[in-house]
Design a binder for this molecule. Structure first.
Ligand code: OOG
Ligand code: MG
Length: 255
């Protein structure tokens, strides 16, 4: 019998959606969800992937409303998930992927314990804009918090923009962002949508990892969470996020 983590790993590799686990087992808890995520991380690493960072989810009202959930959650990122700026993402091998605009941090020093916003920002080397690709392994993106946490918070891919800035060069709490499909705006947002300041998401992530005896290492990439609702990907389109002051990130969607 496969464990829940093995089922989720196979669902992702086989692009075949599952029914959420809380449907059959309403007692499946958030703590159990994080244990499954840890096992799932082990399966990815055993498959040759490298851990490159972490992501936060459900850190904006737009995302909470779209998904009907309201507590921040965290997941892990591996090198296999990264798509280069301007690169291609293939729908083949995925279930029902969507993209959302985010702010990303790249750390210049370890971030441990439960930092304040200022302490968290002091560990940031570079900031860039990002697009996250999410592809829930559950039918219709229908899940409760324990399910989505077990499924590594729907993580599937991410694209980092090529413009890198220091925290001191930006007003991080006010970066206007537009997500466009083929140049046409589909979602408009602002970095302020992410917990009022995306650095709060970074501080919260450090705190959440600290609770489990972990920390954010130097060099880690951190996605702070979608600033707007996510948009379904269609083959043959170009997806971009354009900001004021932090450049763009984009990729094309192929069959
Ligand atoms: C869960 C992942 C949430 C975000 O940025 O809020 C997330 C989902 O929406 O499927 O990545
Ligand atoms: Mg996200």
């Amino acid at each position: 019998m496969d464990t829940i983590a093995q089922k989720l790993f196979k669902a992702a590799r086989g692009a075949k959606a599952l029914v959420r686990f809380t449907a059959a087992n309403p007692k499946f808890s958030l703590g159990a969800g994080y244990q499954v995520q840890e096992e799932l991380q082990g399966l990815h690493l055993a498959d040759g992937e490298k851990l490159v960072g972490y992501k936060m989810g459900m850190t904006s009202k737009a995302k909470m409303e779209q998904m009907g959930l309201k507590d921040p959650i965290r997941g892990f990122l591996t090198d296999r998930m990264e798509i280069k700026h301007g690169g291609a993402f293939s729908l083949a091998g995925h279930i029902h992927p969507k993209a959302e605009p985010e702010i990303a941090f790249i750390l210049k020093s370890d971030l441990k314990g439960a930092p304040s916003l200022e302490e968290a920002l002091a560990s940031v080397g570079e900031v860039c804009v990002a697009l996250e690709i999410i592809d829930s392994r559950y039918e219709n993106f229908d899940f409760q918090l324990p399910d989505v946490v077990a499924d590594n918070c729907s993580s599937s891919g991410f694209v980092l923009g090529s413009v890198r800035k220091k925290v001191s060069q930006l007003d991080l709490a006010n970066i206007p962002m537009e997500m466009k499909i083929d140049g046409k705006t589909h979602q408009s947002g602002n970095s302020s949508a992410i917990l009022g300041h995306p650095g709060r998401s970074l501080a919260e992530l450090a705190r959440m990892l600290d609770e489990r005896g972990q920390f954010l290492p130097k060099g880690a990439i951190v996605l702070a969470g979608g600033a707007t609702a996510a948009v379904r990907l269609e083959a043959g389109t170009k997806v971009s996020v354009e900001t004021q002051g932090l450049g763009t990130a984009e990729f094309t969607v192929t069959k």
